[in-house]
Design a protein around this ligand. Structure first.
Ligand SMILES: [Zn+2]
Length: 363
């Protein structure tokens, strides 16, 4: 799958394109800005721009090089992302391990271009820095520029434990090989070592506009969002595509839990629905009300479908067969009651058990 399009940041793009055109692009950049606004996507855009066979204000998007970058398959583009810490004790083995993990991570990005924030434990270990150093020492495969992107650079582990690796990285950033470009990205650049930060030229990205986030969700999220869900996601995103997409994942979880409860209620077997209850621990109240909202949404879609309108997203199979709008509306009513009760100080698990019984009765 190709990369999702770069959204917004037109002024920054224009300045970078000017710098490329007049050959004044600094070799080491630090792109900072709120999480999910497209810092690494901008870095990839810049990689495409400097590697494109048809120089201009934007990558042409159609030459061989642009296609290779778009498929994360360009031999001179090296994108480093935080990885689990390697297990190998031996330094060379650890570098091999990191190279494999990075290849896996890139394969995942190719198949799922809308990635979420890295796992809390993932980092750029000393082995990652060694790998970067090794790759930087090689010559260009395609004969042109080489681009190194270090995403979430604040995840660089403190390098004090290995002075050698720290010095190697600093030296690399201080004297980058000819025709190489290094782009570091960080949501919080203050967490970078000052010695590293001082070797970079800062580029600051702002939050996107709501219209930009909306446009992205409309063109990239499948299945398409219903108008109300789209409004919610734009609001939750607050100028960040990453946040808006992640909010959808939370919603995805809530919808899944709601479907499980409906399936259990429809099967009529107490054992099945008890099991469904056990499978979903209601740790946070917000999570619980999200499930109630998802229940209401799913039942509402089923009611639309039962009166002959097309549902706006696929329904759980047992509910899709449900053709009694009156029963579905009654079920919706019960969910609304539970939603009201949830605002008070009730135990979510008990509330959901009662609701499950009620749904089993009316559906
Ligand atoms: Zn091109």
């Amino acid at each position: 799958m190709p990369l999702p399009p770069l959204t917004g940041h037109h002024e920054v793009r224009r300045r970078l394109a000017d710098a490329v055109r007049t050959d004044r692009l600094p070799q080491v950049l630090l792109v900072s800005g709120p999480a999910g606004v497209g810092k690494q996507r901008l870095a990839l855009w810049l990689a495409q721009l400097v590697l494109c066979e048809h120089p201009g204000g934007d990558p042409c998007g159609s030459c061989r090089t642009c296609h290779l970058v778009d498929g994360l398959a360009h031999a001179d583009l090296h994108w480093f992302v935080p990885l689990p810490r390697p297990k190998a004790g031996d330094a060379d083995k650890a570098v091999e391990e990191v190279a494999l993990a990075l290849a896996d991570a890139m394969e995942e990005r190719r198949t799922k271009p809308l990635y979420s924030a890295p796992d809390g434990m993932a980092s750029h270990s000393i082995a990652s820095v060694r790998l970067l150093q090794q790759r930087a020492a090689l010559t260009s495969v395609e004969g042109g520029r080489r681009v190194f992107i270090l995403g979430d650079a604040e995840r660089l582990v403190p390098q004090e434990s290995s002075q050698e690796a720290a010095n190697a990285l600093l030296k690399l950033l201080e004297e980058p090989p000819t025709r190489s470009l290094f782009v570091l990205t960080a949501a919080d650049p203050r967490r970078l070592l000052p010695t590293i930060r001082s070797r970079t030229v800062p580029i600051r990205l702002q939050r996107l506009t709501d219209a930009e986030v909306r446009g992205f969700l409309q063109s990239q999220v499948e299945p398409a969002l219903a108008p109300q869900a789209l409004d919610e996601r734009v609001a939750l995103g607050a100028g960040s595509i990453g946040e808006a997409v992640a909010a959808g994942e939370e919603r995805g979880k809530a919808l899944h839990a709601a479907e499980q409860l409906i399936e259990a209620a429809l099967s009529g077997s107490a054992a099945v629905y008890e099991r469904a209850l056990k499978q979903t621990p209601w740790s946070a109240r917000g999570e619980f009300t999200a499930v109630l909202d998802a229940l209401a949404d799913t039942l509402g879609e089923a009611a639309r479908s039962a009166v002959g309108q097309a549902p706006r997203r696929p329904l759980p199979p047992s509910l899709a067969r449900h053709r009694d709008p009156a029963a579905l509306l009654q079920a919706l009513d019960r969910v609304a009651d539970a939603r009201e009760a949830a605002a008070g100080n009730v135990n979510p698990q008990i509330l959901l058990a009662v609701l499950g019984e009620e749904l089993a009765e009316v559906l």
